[in-house]
Design a binder for this molecule. Structure first.
Ligand code: Q9C
Ligand code: ZN
Length: 711
């Protein structure tokens, strides 16, 4: 069966710190030493820059080697960015200032640095900053030319704070902003998405594209009601862009420290992803800072490394998978390097580790999410039915809840490790936590991505290469199993063959020989019931079963071991939804793709709240979902259950097999079709379900009202 999915791979760019004799290795260390020695006589030593050190790149690279990720990447050669390229964003005057620092003595360097906020120049800074720009552009070229699918540039100095005329916050040239301008110019791109998951607001990027509707900038950042650096009013949620660029600047301000996995995912589900799918970017640039991760002394947040795998995975479903991640901040070396690895591993299309922690966004996060959704309602169809308004003043009830939450946060064990601490003891604690955490969540990657058992004649050559047709099972063994399940069934040859198919694929998934699989069945619902029983015999705890079409599964749904979601056309009479049995009545809407709102606003949040260890998607007759919707669902669900999905497909629906196989094998991003707003009817169904179930499935919450009514 061999290895799969290495094709295309991830590109690789390193700059500003990989050559052994660069500023990054020697210069900065020397500078820091001098800084210490001279501290007594210097008016302003700059301890504030002491965290942006060369070890950030070295330890990230070491960890990538440790996980054997470097050898799976294509190394993209690094070059210096040209003056012309730098001037796509910066003024020639500023460029001259930076250039002039090459030959300055320490006193002069200090004086230049003092003109800016939180920057420190060294004679090698200019050269390194040019390499950081050049490495980023090389990555963009490699992705745009199709040499690689995606990639990451490990560079320093970082870029997102720097501005047309100013260095700022450790940043000299704005690598990502330059890359966006470059991609527009060189490849004629009309829509670029920049996702800035660094914990600081990339105000530099915001300023460059504020009036530009062709670049959608998304940033979340520690804000604390403007009490956190860079202390700007324009970092708040109501900075939506200006002029023609209105609606193309999305700020999610975090007003509390301690934000973690569920808060970040909630911001993706309820803000970034709906807007991004509507925007339809042609390229994604990630301002990939990891100071938003656990243990970081600047960010004080709690997101664990695998969170970045999930964020990366979602972005890979857009822009045809063209994702360029470019390093920004990240100052806890272990947290940084593990998070970098999770990002690169995901870019290489490995299955994702399950995300840890309780899946429930905190009240403060939900408040920020509500505010940004409300502020952007005029600009995005996906938000047009949004009812909530920005909350300028919280109700007394909300305030009380916030206070209660604050107490909760500060006693929460994971949060406690990082909140309010910067000392090295705490950093070491996080080291230890991460050491054991990564051992818990990482798992061997199955040797084959997708298995399939297809009976009908389909053009095998049209199936993706990684799909193997496999049917091996001892006939007697099978009969014993089936007769224990249903004595009548053993007599029907066709049914027996179906069960055999389903079981063969399921077995490979459970034994981790493959990641996911697809099985054809003439009796899809019976096969699924049979498969579920087998799952629990095997020892699984939670299986998410999504049934598309009209099918009746006879299941016991009380114990929570199965979460059954039925997506069907017909109104289920008198059936009220319960926590573990949800029916979603979805009207077919031929030719329009409006399923995004259901997947992002409902199905994914429920699935992430449930945390299944396997998913079964059943596709049957009378389905109201077309091929695009089913592909979307299949692709996005792969973040869950270590990407373990079994698709059971009724033989009547076999024409879908190619698209489903393509979505499962992940060799390329399927076309989900252009975004269309949902029918009001469909939209109201989603809203009804969310209102009904957000107490049980907390990732559904995206307004303060939801949060409070659920507590
Ligand atoms: N006294 C990046 O993460 N802190 N930059 C300044 C003011 C500056 C962070 C504190 C933090 C800059 C790329
Ligand atoms: Zn940062």
């Amino acid at each position: 069966m061999g290895r799969t999915n290495e094709g295309g791979g991830a590109g690789w760019g390193g700059g500003g710190g990989f050559t052994p004799d660069s500023w990054a290795d020697k210069g900065n260390r020397k500078r820091r030493q001098r800084g210490h020695a001279a501290a007594a006589v210097q008016r302003q030593p700059s301890p504030e820059c002491d965290i942006e050190v060369p070890e950030r790149l070295l330890s990230s690279y070491e960890q990538l080697k440790h996980y054997h990720l470097v050898e799976r990447c294509i190394h993209v050669p690094v070059r210096e960015g040209t003056e012309e390229e730098i001037m796509l964003v910066h003024s020639s005057e500023y460029l001259e200032v930076v250039k002039s620092t090459q030959t300055m003595n320490e006193e002069e360097l200090r004086r230049v640095s003092e003109n800016y906020d939180a920057v420190y120049f060294h004679p090698n800074t200019y050269r390194c900053a040019k390499l950081a720009v050049g490495a980023t552009l090389q990555l963009v070229d490699s992705v745009m030319s199709g040499k690689v699918c995606n990639g990451m540039a490990l560079v320093r100095p970082p870029g997102h704070h720097s501005q047309r005329n100013a260095a700022n916050g450790f940043c000299v040239f704005n690598n990502v902003a330059i890359a966006a301008q470059y991609a527009k110019r060189r490849y004629g791109l009309q829509r670029i998405l920049i996702v800035d998951w660094d914990v600081h607001h990339g105000q530099g990027i915001q300023y460059v594209f504020e009036e530009d509707p062709s670049v959608l900038y998304y940033s979340w950042h520690r804000y604390e009601h403007q009490q956190f650096w860079p202390l700007l009013r324009e970092s708040d949620y109501d900075a939506v862009g200006q002029g023609k660029g209105k609606g193309f600047n999305l700020n999610v301000p975090w007003n509390k420290v301690g934000m973690g996995n569920s808060d970040y995912l909630a911001a993706f589900f309820h803000v970034l992803l709906p807007v991004a799918f509507e925007f339809v970017p042609e390229l994604i640039l990630v301002s990939s800072g990891y100071d938003s991760g656990i243990g970081d002394p600047e960010g004080q947040m709690t997101a664990t490394p695998e969170c970045f795998a999930h964020l990366t995975h979602f972005l890979m479903q857009l822009a045809n998978g063209r994702v360029c991640a470019v390093l920004e901040g990240g100052y806890h070396l272990k947290s940084l390097s593990e998070s970098v690895c999770m990002t690169v591993k995901t870019l290489l299309r490995d299955p994702l580790p399950q995300i840890s922690g309780e899946m429930a966004p905190c009240l403060s996060a939900v408040e920020s999410i509500q505010n940004v959704r409300a502020a952007h309602k005029p600009y995005w169809k996906c938000l047009m039915y949004e009812e909530a308004t920005p909350l300028h003043n919280l109700s007394t009830k909300s305030q009380q809840m916030m206070e209660a939450e604050l107490i909760q946060t500060s006693t929460h064990p994971t949060a406690k490790q990082v909140v309010g601490t910067t000392n090295s003891d705490e950093a070491i604690k996080t080291d230890r936590f991460l050491e054991s955490h990564m051992k818990k969540i990482l798992f061997p990657v199955p040797p084959v991505k997708t298995a399939s058992a297809i009976v009908s004649k389909v053009d095998a050559h049209l199936l993706p290469i990684s799909v193997q047709v496999e049917m091996e099972m001892n006939a007697q063994e099978l009969k014993t199993l089936v007769s224990a399940f249903d004595a009548e069934l053993v007599k029907e040859e066709k049914a027996l063959l179906s069960l055999q198919n389903v079981l063969a694929v399921l077995d490979k998934i459970l034994k981790k020989k493959v990641c996911n699989g697809i099985a054809e069945s003439s009796v899809a619902s019976v096969s699924t019931t049979f498969a579920l029983k087998h799952c629990f015999d095997f020892g699984l705890q939670r299986v998410l079963c999504i049934v598309v079409g009209d099918m009746d599964l006879e299941l016991d749904l009380d114990d929570g071991k199965i979460l059954l979601m039925n997506i069907c056309q017909k109104q289920q009479t008198e059936k009220t939804n319960s926590k573990y049995h949800i029916s979603l009545n979805w009207k077919e809407d031929a030719g329009r793709n409006n399923f995004f709102c259901a997947v992002l606003g409902f199905i994914l949040p429920v699935a992430y709240s449930y945390q299944p260890d396997l998913m079964i998607i059943v596709i049957g007759p009378n389905r109201s979902l077309g091929v695009n919707a089913i592909s979307l669902l299949t692709c996005l669900l792969q973040g869950l259950a270590e990407s373990r999905i079994l698709v059971v497909i009724q033989d009547t629906e076999i024409k879908l097999v190619q698209s489903v196989a393509k979505a499962l094998s992940g060799v390329s991003t399927p076309d989900f079709g252009a975004y269309a707003p949902a029918f009001q009817e469909n939209f109201l169904e989603i809203k009804r379900l969310r209102d009904q179930l957000q107490q049980e499935w907390k990732m559904l919450r995206c307004s303060v009202k939801d949060w409070i009514s659920g507590n």
